[in-house]
Design a protein around this ligand. Structure first.
Ligand code: MN
Length: 231
């Protein structure tokens, strides 16, 4: 550590990789409304293009964790998502090259303070308070990408063994290559960036004690439990 730092630097955020090693997180990008059925359930129009927002790296929560029910919400909701982990930087990436920039994939949850989001939308304010808070981005271990980015595969979320969300990656409005290519026209992607690629329909509230299990075909399941913040 440099000896002229006036405070201790933040700890790096590290996600375990299947087969060994740790992936250091730089930025966390998310895609909004990337499944038409979810866009409709959120009151949107299925013809509207998806869009991006960000969460801080401190949003990351590792697999198997307990998450205290967050402050300033009474409507804390799950959104199951496929996550892409960027291993090689670039801007204006072509869809044909997108896979070369992806190190691996994981199962993620874009946890949302839905009541705060509804207020922000109504007031024409940013979504930040609803989306970009600590511990709002659980993630499984990262599975290195061996082949091309997937264009199909089952994605699902169970809460207390009850199926709440399910779809197929073929339902994505922007597929994985289009997500990488489009995002790279907005921001230069760098190694360490994560991209949560959007949630299917069926989002809903979770309560203290709930056990969440997220799955994407071919990846390790994500297990999270919501706990009482006072305990
Ligand atoms: Mn989402």
């Amino acid at each position: 550590m440099q000896d002229n730092l006036v405070i201790n630097p933040p700890e790096p955020v590290l996600v375990p990789v299947i087969g060994g090693g740790l992936f250091p997180v730089r930025r966390v990008y998310c895609v909004g409304r990337n499944y038409a059925a979810h866009a409709i359930e959120m009151g949107g129009d299925e013809r509207d293009a998806p869009f991006f927002f960000q969460k801080p790296a401190t949003a990351i929560v590792l697999n198997g964790s307990e998450i205290p029910y967050p402050v300033i919400t009474n409507d804390y909701q799950h959104e199951i998502e496929l996550v892409l982990a960027i291993g090689r930087g670039g801007d204006n990436i072509q869809t044909e090259q997108a896979g070369e920039h992806v190190f691996g994939m994981a199962v993620g949850l874009d946890m949302t303070r839905r009541d705060r989001q509804a207020e922000a939308k109504k007031a024409g304010r940013p979504w930040e308070i609803a989306k970009a808070f600590d511990l709002s981005a659980p993630i499984s271990e990262i599975t290195p990408l061996n082949e091309a980015l997937p264009t199909s595969g089952h994605i699902s979320l169970h809460v207390n063994d009850e199926l709440k969300q399910q779809a197929d990656l073929t339902d994505m409005v922007w597929n994985c290559t289009e997500v990488v290519a489009t995002l790279s026209t907005h921001y230069r992607l760098e190694p360490g960036d994560l991209i949560y690629t959007g949630t299917p329909a069926g989002v809903g509230p979770v309560e203290v004690g709930d056990r969440l299990v997220g799955s994407v075909e071919g990846l390790h399941d994500l297990h999270i439990q919501i706990v009482d913040p006072a305990v």
